[in-house]
Design a protein around this ligand. Structure first.
Ligand code: GLN
Ligand code: ZN
Length: 761
């Protein structure tokens, strides 16, 4: 019985690649140094999988930046602005595309399906001259072979590549990207021929777009592409891999009738309906790569449940055609539990990171082949049983309270206009009130104080003193700048989710559980393992301290339930909405405690609301319903005079505008730096609804200081669409990544612009 891994994390168990990349970019080390680190990482991954007994080991899943960029490079699809002159593409052009250089900006980056991984979006058009410009796939195959590991080279499939691309600048938006198939397939053929010549016997094409809502002409492109590749592929075993959701019935039909393909890979963790399709009809003689080990999460597999799933599939496709696999690339999970010596033993027994998942896949394959390792299976069963019954997981009171929320209505009693009137009587704000989104610059000194307090190197008293001093400085600065609604600056927070997770029960934190977000950037999501509750107030101490330094309104600053959920590893033993409701109840208690403590404006950030949107349209309404409901639960209990703000980072709001309105916040601030027409429709809806709206007036991602005129110009453009009495003036997002030297003049110009326009109204 065979085993397979779809893909593996590249960063290394201790983010070795990140540090090597950043040192190379900073010119502190050479290209050879970087290549050496990369070669060692690849070798250790291949050897680890081979040692674990995996039969089909992937190659070319390593990347210096991103696998879609690697594919664009393979095809020579370099936008003209990077001055690519032909030949094998080197680091220079490659990293310029990824990150930009002194004279040219980077290519656009966007989220890879519904993961937190971001890929570089290829820019294509009729003018692009494709050429075979990177031999990386073949080189990696050979490199592994020299180490004695015969791998399955992995390529992003031609159709998914085109469907994830966008028309280049100057090319019409309606340009049919799929019309480029004829131009890229000849290059795929060259790659295939070289791989064959190097000795490859298998090849894997990742075609995850097959799980999306596709139109029939898009499905036809798959049929056409693989028919075209069929003769080149002859003699090879060809796996087309899908992941992240079930494959819709139509796509399943297309997929399983592709010419030249001998194996199909499915995500059977998220794709629960796919099993039914397989049971309904599966082409005889074709391999089934059954993704039963979750690549998107950190939980140990339920080995005995997976084994019975696999046994039922074996009855359909035959013993020699079933391959045990992961649900998707392990890129989206943490790397190795071995590096978590401080993690609680019991919790650790419930987890599996990438390295442990490889072992699970192998154990399942062996068990199917009649060589069940009883030790592994019984340890797994014991761990699952302990997780199920652990008092650390279960909190009956929380479960009851959360269960009662489903299907119930939570909405503030009065309309937003009535509330804003009541609030204005109390707050007495000028028109075009100014505010910021929450964080102020996080200086090295500040990070040191937090680190030393965590490590018990400074006393609690000293820590409180230092943070209070910082808050008072931030308050003073805002008063000098004459900002209307102040923030405390979030100096006590490392991260907007971690800060709350650390104070809520049901959360665990890792030391090295990093997951690649983009390029060298990694995130370390908290693990929600149990019922969530709030043992005591989390922000009241700092917010009241901040309020005591000023007579102006001080915003209480909270992270919303949906964002906490979407930026964590979430338990898989109950539906996501249940966990979200539990978090909502905890945040609700915090909101009410802030109100009691005299805080009159409370911002509940939902930066990641849109991120949780399911891949398929049919599932959107259900998600948005419980997500928005969770947000409302946090603040239905407050008085009319308490003003609830929410903030959202840049995303495509068009299709979720009604849900945003349905959140029923009093004021919504949103990122607007890439100011485009799309957001205008959001604003227009906002006018009808009556809530305050603060589309960011300047980009905080750039060190550039916007002038007063520029900001005034932006505000005037917004006023052309929005009523004066609902518009707020604020930056795009939090200021924590900026320096004071940038923040002070930028905010000064922002306040000045608001004042100038006020006099003109
Ligand atoms: N309040 C947070 C901050 O200012 C919001 C950050 C975000 O939206 N990502 O840092
Ligand atoms: Zn933001």
């Amino acid at each position: 019985m065979a085993s397979h891994i779809v893909g593996y994390p590249r960063m290394g168990p201790k983010r070795e690649l990140k540090f090597a990349l950043e040192s190379f970019w900073d010119k502190k080390s050479s290209a050879e140094d970087l290549q050496k680190v990369a070669t060692e990482l690849r070798a250790s991954i291949w050897k680890q999988m081979a040692g674990a007994g995996i039969k089909y080991i992937p190659s070319n899943t390593f990347s210096y930046y991103d696998q879609v960029l690697d594919t664009a490079t393979m095809l020579g699809a370099v936008p003209p602005r990077y001055n690519y002159g032909g030949g094998e593409i080197g680091f220079d052009v490659y990293f310029s595309m990824a990150r930009g250089n002194a004279s040219v900006p980077a290519m656009e980056m966007t989220k890879w399906f519904d993961t937190n991984y971001h890929f570089i979006v290829p820019e294509l058009g009729p003018e692009v001259k494709f050429s075979y410009a990177s031999h990386k796939a073949v080189n990696e195959y050979k490199e592994a072979k020299e180490l004695g590991v015969d791998t399955v080279p992995v390529l992003v499939g031609p159709v998914s590549f085109l469907l994830q691309s966008k028309p280049a600048k100057g090319v019409e938006k309606s340009f049919p990207l799929l019309s480029l198939l004829d131009k890229i397939l000849p290059i795929y053929k060259e790659v295939i021929a070289e791989l064959k010549a190097a000795g490859a016997s298998w090849i894997q094409f990742d075609e995850p777009t097959l799980v999306l809502d596709l139109e029939s002409h898009q499905l036809d492109a798959f049929t056409k592409a693989y028919a075209e590749l069929e003769s080149s592929l002859s003699g090879l075993n060809v796996l087309v891999e899908t992941y992240f959701a079930d494959v819709p019935a139509g796509a399943f039909k297309t997929l399983t009738t592709l010419k030249g393909v001998t194996a199909f890979g499915f995500d059977l963790v998220r794709g629960t309906k796919t099993i039914e399709l397989i049971k309904g009809e599966y082409p005889s003689g074709k391999y089934l790569f059954a993704g039963v080990v979750d690549g998107r999460n950190i939980w140990a597999n339920d080995l005995s449940a997976s084994l019975s799933t696999l046994q039922s599939l074996e009855g359909i496709v035959g013993k020699d055609k079933l391959v045990v696999s992961t649900s998707c690339s392990l890129l989206h999970t943490a790397v190795d539990l071995v590096n978590e010596p401080k993690l609680d033993k019991e919790i650790k027994s419930w987890l599996a990171f990438a390295a442990q998942k490889v072992v699970e896949v192998d154990a399942l394959a062996k068990a199917l082949a009649g060589q069940k390792n009883e030790e592994i299976f019984s340890a797994n069963a014991a761990a699952l049983a302990s997780r199920k019954s652990s008092p650390r997981v279960n909190n009956e009171a929380v479960q009851k309270a959360a269960a009662a929320l489903k299907g119930s209505e939570h909405r503030r009693a009065t309309t937003v206009s009535a509330r804003l009137d009541a609030q204005q009587k109390k707050l007495n704000l000028p028109i075009l009130p100014t505010t910021t989104i929450g964080s102020f610059p996080q200086t090295i000194e500040l990070r040191r104080v937090r680190r030393e307090y965590k490590a018990n190197k400074i006393s609690e008293d000293d820590y409180i003193k230092a943070i209070k001093e910082e808050i008072s400085k931030v308050v003073k600065l805002q008063e000098e700048l004459d900002i209307d609604v102040l923030v405390h600056g979030e100096p006590e927070r490392n991260d907007m989710v971690e800060y709350f997770g650390e104070q809520l029960s049901g959360f665990a934190f890792t030391a090295n559980g990093w997951v690649q977000s983009y390029g060298s950037r990694c995130v370390k999501p908290p693990i929600i393992y149990g019922d969530v509750s709030r043992p005591k107030p989390m922000t009241v101490f700092w917010s009241t301290a901040a309020q005591s330094f000023t007579k102006r309104p001080m915003k209480g600053m909270l992270t919303g339930p949906v964002t906490i959920l979407n930026w964590s590893f979430v338990r898989n033993d109950q539906p996501r909405f249940e966990t979200c409701y539990q978090i909502a109840l905890a945040i609700k208690d915090e909101v009410e405690d802030l109100e009691k403590a005299g805080i009159t404006v409370i911002q509940i950030d939902e930066a990641a609301l849109r991120e949780g949107l399911p891949l398929r349209k049919a599932e959107h309404a259900f998600y948005l319903d419980w997500a928005v409901h969770s947000f409302r639960i946090t603040n239905t209990g407050v008085q009319d005079t308490t003003q609830i703000h929410t903030h959202m980072c840049y995303s495509n709001f068009n299709d979720i505008i009604h849900s945003i309105i349905n959140m029923d916040a009093d004021v919504i601030t949103i990122e607007n730096s890439r100011s485009d027409e799309k957001l205008l429709s959001v604003f227009r809806e906002g006018v009808k609804y009556g809530a305050g709206i603060g589309p960011g007036v300047y980009d905080i991602h750039s060190p550039r200081i916007p002038s007063t005129e520029e900001i005034a110009d932006r505000i005037n453009k917004m006023l052309a669409v929005l009523d004066t009495n609902i518009l707020w003036v604020n930056p795009d997002c939090g200021l924590k990544t900026r320096k004071y030297g940038e923040v002070k003049p930028a905010l000064q110009n922002m306040v000045e612009a608001a004042k100038v326009i006020r006099t003109q109204l």
